[in-house]
Design a protein around this ligand. Structure first.
Ligand SMILES: NC(=O)c1ccc[n+]([C@@H]2O[C@H](COP(=O)([O-])OP(=O)(O)OC[C@H]3O[C@@H](n4cnc5c(N)ncnc54)[C@H](O)[C@@H]3O)[C@@H](O)[C@H]2O)c1
Ligand SMILES: [Zn+2]
Length: 320
């Protein structure tokens, strides 16, 4: 990454390592087959051999792309992840999912390729803009909902410090999220029901992200809106209480005070939903909550119920 990359390269070289830096840019535009071909060419020109590592240094977009390059170049070379955004430190750098987008959908081409090493240096977050901090906090809220409700209260308590001075993000908050994800993935690497719970908020979130485009919504903002819909569905179809749902809704509202559902026709969003990877036997898979910390995987949620939950969530939490 441009900002901190020189320091990383200098550090690695002073440790005696041979480093060939490749500046790749970032954002969703990077995650495409077209953008990885020149990266393969640079690896070939630098003579990278099978035992030598690719280091992914940047946010989740760099991690997903460089991870996929590592998974496929020479049928796989070792991968090191050094995530530089909160979202990447708590989520995307862990678990081995790598991949790029197609025009037809997000992350449709990819591989599971576990990193040999993940280095989360929270001091990198000092330069992260507040919008990106908020985006990462959406995934922290996700872990709170699916596994550790105490994370919700801890995030709530520290919120103004977290948003105001990103360097105050406690390494323990990142470490707790990493350990939740690592535990889930180590039991279920290839996404049967257990790993699927990590998609809480992502069914609707991915559809929004793809239709609105990355300049309108960050990944975390889309997931926050997706969680509001999933929470509403959980109140209506599972046993989640209104109080529990409101607790999370209010926290998301504090993290994203101005977040609104983008003005996209419902039919268009549904089309994206149908092509999402979270489709099994033609049915969309939703992660709902029986209570905070108790997720369930559901695949028969009727479209009317989804539509209604979107309208109610928008009215309650995310309208101007
Ligand atoms: N593989 C997985 O399991 C997984 C999980 C969650 C999300 N993702 C993917 O991650 C991607 C989103 O990742 P992201 O939110 O990190 O976005 P990103 O990689 O686009 O980075 C966001 C912005 O932060 C900037 N940035 C990065 N580090 C910085 C730093 N230390 N200081 C200042 N600016 C910095 C970048 O230049 C960029 O503008 C999405 O493509 C999503 O699909 C993957
Ligand atoms: Zn996510």
């Amino acid at each position: 990454m441009n900002r901190h990359g020189a320091q990383l390269v200098a550090g690695l070289r002073s440790a005696g390592l041979v480093v060939h830096p490749i500046l790749v840019g970032d954002g969703e535009a990077l995650k495409s087959l077209g953008r990885i071909i020149p990266i393969y060419a640079r690896l070939a020109r630098s003579g990278l051999e099978r035992g030598e590592a690719v280091i992914a240094f940047g946010g989740g977009s760099v991690g997903d792309t460089a991870g996929f390059v590592a998974a496929t170049y020479l049928r796989g070379v070792p991968l090191v992840q050094i995530p530089s955004t909160l979202l990447a430190q708590v989520d995307s750098a862990i678990g081995g999912k790598t991949g790029v987008n197609l025009p037809q959908g997000k992350n449709l081409v990819g591989a599971i390729w576990q990193p040999r090493l993940v280095v989360c240096d929270t001091s990198l977050l000092a330069t992260l803009p507040p919008r990106q901090i908020a985006s990462g906090l959406a995934e922290v809220v996700k872990y709170g909902c699916i596994a550790r409700p105490d994370l919700l209260e801890r995030t709530e308590r520290r919120l103004s410090r977290l948003l105001g001075r990103p360097s105050h993000i406690a390494a323990t908050l990142v470490a707790d999220c990493v350990s939740i994800k690592a535990k889930i993935v180590s039991h279920d690497e290839r996404e049967s029901d257990l790993r699927r719970i990590l998609n809480f908020g992502h069914t609707w979130g991915h559809a929004l992200e793809r239709t609105a485009g990355p300049t309108t919504l960050t990944h975390g903002e889309a997931v926050a809106l997706g969680m509001l819909v999933a929470l509403e569905l959980s109140v209506r179809r599972e046993k989640l209480t209104r109080r529990e749902a409101d607790e999370v809704g209010a926290l998301l509202k504090r993290i994203f005070p101005r977040l609104t559902f983008p003005d996209i026709p419902y039919a268009k969003l549904e089309g994206f939903l149908a092509r999402d990877k979270k489709v099994a036997r033609g049915l969309q898979v939703w992660i709902l909550l029986r209570r905070l910390g108790a997720p369930v995987v559901r695949d028969g949620v009727p479209r009317d119920a989804i539509h209604e939950a979107v309208l109610v969530a928008a009215e309650r939490w995310a309208c101007t």
